[in-house]
Design a protein. Structure first.
Length: 292
């Protein structure tokens, strides 16, 4: 069965990738020049790489993350790469006051906002659910509620600029795999909220786009450290992933899937053979390495 899936997914993925990505490429890096962009979770991983791409595109940047020392280095690098300006605010997104503080800084510094990229995540383990409801509650606060709070605070500015919201999510927000119950719950919540909000904005004729990014296994340091001993797959490059997210937001796409073949194939198989896909996922993991 595993061999069948390995043969089937590349063929299906190639067809789906052609379908989703065969439209003419009209992304130009100049589209971001001078744009005012907030990136959360920007001190490492995909967020850091997005900051560097945006800096090369000469955007104005406001970066957030928990660790101030790392943020300082990222801001310095962004200025070296050509960012029109770069600032940071450090803090944890479980703080109820941080979203307002971030948006107040954007308004005071720039007088507006063109793009909000929501990318931060709280720390969680890749393990059996141990019944810790408190952890679920805290993770929901960081991975979901703070996204809602930031988007809510940003909407007045984004309505003025007819800007964009980019939500970095996961395939775990479309299909519930093992060992990710709290994390998966937060990502499903993101999909539900922002998909509904998109509909309301369209009904109200508000020209603010919402791009939902469905990501697979990416070679960020935290992801590799957490799951490489359990998932034998080769992770996709974070640099390319970051660029695809920016591209999707700039083009105001409804959805970004990366890596496109893998994610699109798994979602399609799930739609008509969910139990088959679940069994393949379970059998592909090194379950003996999972902590209880």
């Amino acid at each position: 069965m595993g061999l069948l899936l390995k043969l089937f997914i590349p063929l299906l993925g190639a067809a789906l990738a052609f379908y989703f990505y065969s439209a003419p490429e009209n992304f130009n890096e100049e589209m971001l020049r001078g744009k005012r962009v907030i990136v959360t979770g920007a001190s490492s991983g995909i967020g850091e790489q997005m900051a560097y791409h945006l800096a090369r595109m000469e955007a104005h940047l406001l970066l957030t993350a928990r660790t101030e020392a790392k943020l300082q280095k990222v801001v310095e690098r962004c200025l070296e790469l050509g960012a029109a300006s770069a600032h940071y605010i450090s803090g944890s997104m479980d703080s109820p006051t941080l979203p307002e503080e971030v948006l107040r800084e954007a308004e005071n510094t720039w007088g507006g906002l063109d793009m909000l990229i929501l990318n931060h995540i709280g720390q969680t383990s890749f393990s059996y659910f141990n019944g810790d409801v408190g952890h679920v509650r805290k993770l929901m606060e960081i991975n979901f509620v703070s996204y809602v709070a930031l988007a809510t605070a940003a909407l007045p500015l984004l309505k003025e600029s007819e800007g964009s919201i980019v939500v970095v999510s996961s395939i775990a927000g479309r299909m519930g795999g093992p060992f990710t119950a709290p994390y998966s719950a937060t990502k499903f919540a993101l999909d539900g909220f922002f998909s509904s909000l998109r509909q309301e904005l369209i009904i109200d004729k508000v020209n603010v786009s919402i791009t939902l990014c469905i990501l697979g296994y990416i070679n960020t340091e935290s992801a590799v450290r957490t799951v490489s001993h359990i998932i034998p797959d080769t992770p996709a490059p974070k640099e390319e992933c970051a660029l695809e997210i920016i591209r999707g937001g700039a083009l105001r796409q409804r959805e970004v899937r990366y890596p496109p073949r893998t994610v699109s194939s798994m979602l399609l198989i799930r739609s008509f053979a969910p139990e088959f896909l679940d069994s393949i996922v379970r059998s592909s993991y090194r379950v003996e390495n999972v902590r209880r």
